[in-house]
Design a protein around this ligand. Structure first.
Ligand code: GLY
Ligand code: MN
Length: 459
């Protein structure tokens, strides 16, 4: 945890921004996978972590603005629990680490909220993403199903605070990025024909675990990089294929790293692989060169898209005017994702609070295929941390559908595009911070150019 002062000052800042009422922050509870006592690994809610830092289940909190009080609600362990879990710090000891002196039993939470409602104090809460949070809200606030209305002022205040990373948060994210880079290097060195994707996953996740971290999201370790969120691990790595890894570490405090790499299963990239790989790299460099305060990330995304479209035109896969092709969205057959997303305590930071607030500052998102997947579009500000992850994918289903519909036939040469089906996909991903003068890559970086990756595989 950071020092208690960090959490005290974050809560004071939140109170100042909201001005009145109280904030109800629900911590996460343990959830049974298939029966009550066989639980998923516990992960605290990230907004709770941001304001209270405590990685323990069974806690809820109130930040009472009207009465200037921060209260932690929870229950001390009974001897029955201690028999199974061993002795643990008391709630009062935990609360002290978060700079909280007021600790009360869980049973006092509802009466506390009842009194606030009776006094017509606004009760602010964020959107829920777990069914048990909805049930808690309904019973704590006497609401009917569907009746919970998250507070927009709270969402905006939390997003603004969490979007601007402090120096100690950046140092923590950098720790995650350092281990994340080690995970990718281990995979690049290990990938060989005959290995199973699940063996690659084990190599990658071991690095996180042996560094006291865990994965910040389910690892993607696949020879089918064209399947964007591929969560099966059964394929055998074959000669001539590319292995795409999208994996990240999460520090014990909950801060994430998120990187992607695409390395040859053989020691060397084939000439065909190099062409697409180098184009993906060019898109990444074009994007990174633009990163500085004030630049709208939508423009950075579109620059990466134009770079990819231009390269694909050189290969005969796309045709026509590159700018017009990107405005029309034709490049999205090969680059259907967003260029990047905010990163912090969540790998897609605060996605539960709404992308429109986090990445668009309340402006509406495009509904166009491709652009609708762009999670970050707003002008960049000092302290923003986000990913840069352009990709080039040859997706059989999408190609067949668009061809049958005659989509973008002025910009896509389907006969040429079909020759690349079976190639898979290429994505590299790095994590960046916006500084006052420009940007800084977080972590030591991973081998990127074909030469760097090949020399690592030979070492
Ligand atoms: N690294 C997973 C994602 O960005 O969706
Ligand atoms: Mn990502």
């Amino acid at each position: 945890m950071f020092s208690p002062d960090t959490y005290v000052s974050r809560r004071a800042e939140l109170k100042k921004r909201l001005g009145k009422g109280l904030v109800l922050l629900l911590g996460n509870d343990l959830v049974g996978m298939n029966y009550h006592d066989n639980e998923y690994e516990f992960r605290q809610d990230s907004t709770f972590l941001y304001y209270f830092g405590l990685r323990h289940d069974g806690l809820n909190a109130v930040i009472d603005i009207d009465n200037d009080r921060d209260i932690l609600f929870g229950d001390e362990l009974t001897i029955d629990a201690i028999v199974w879990t061993g002795n643990q710090p008391t709630l009062r000891e935990l609360a002290a680490k978060a700079g909280v002196g007021d600790v009360r039993p869980s049973s006092e939470l509802k009466p506390y909220l009842d009194r606030a409602r009776a006094a017509a104090s606004p009760i602010h809460y964020i959107p829920y993403y777990r069914a048990d949070h909805e049930l808690k809200l309904l019973s704590l606030l006497d609401l009917q199903p569907g009746g919970a209305v998250p507070s927009v002022p709270l969402i905006k205040a939390v997003v603004d605070m969490r979007n601007h990373k402090s120096a100690e948060e950046i140092a923590e994210i950098e720790k995650a990025c350092t281990v994340t880079a080690m995970m990718h290097k281990a995979a690049m060195k290990a990938a060989r024909p005959g290995m199973k994707e699940y063996e690659m996953r084990a190599i990658v996740e071991k690095v996180a675990m042996e560094n006291g971290m865990r994965c910040s999201f389910p690892t993607i370790a696949t020879v089918h990089g064209e399947i964007l969120h591929n969560h099966s691990y059964d394929n055998t790595l074959e000669s001539g294929q590319l292995f795409l890894l999208d994996a990240g570490a999460e520090t014990p405090m909950g801060y994430a790293g998120d990187m992607s790499s695409t390395s040859p299963v053989d020691l060397r990239y084939t000439e065909r692989q190099k062409v697409i790989y180098d184009l993906q790299q060019a898109a990444s460099r074009a994007a990174v060169a633009m990163l500085r305060p004030g630049v709208p990330f939508r423009e950075v995304h579109l620059q990466a898209a134009r770079t990819i479209a231009s390269g694909l035109k050189d290969l005969g896969i796309m045709k026509g005017d590159v700018d017009e092709a990107v405005v029309a969205g034709a490049h999205a057959m090969f680059f259907p994702t967003g260029l990047g997303h905010m990163m912090g305590l969540d790998v897609h930071d605060m996605e539960n609070l709404g992308e429109v607030w986090v990445g668009y500052d309340g402006e509406p998102k495009s509904t166009m295929f491709g652009l609708k997947s762009l999670r970050l579009a707003r002008p960049l500000e000092e302290g923003f941390v986000f990913t840069i992850e352009p990709g080039i994918y040859f997706m059989p289903e999408l190609t067949a559908l668009w061809k049958s519909e005659g989509q973008h036939k002025d910009f896509i040469n389907y006969a040429e595009a079909e020759k690349w089906l079976g190639f898979g996909g290429v994505r590299n991903e790095e994590d960046y911070l916006i500084t006052s003068g420009g940007h800084r890559r977080l972590g030591p970086g991973i081998p990127m150019t074909t030469e760097e990756v090949e020399s690592l595989k030979y070492s």
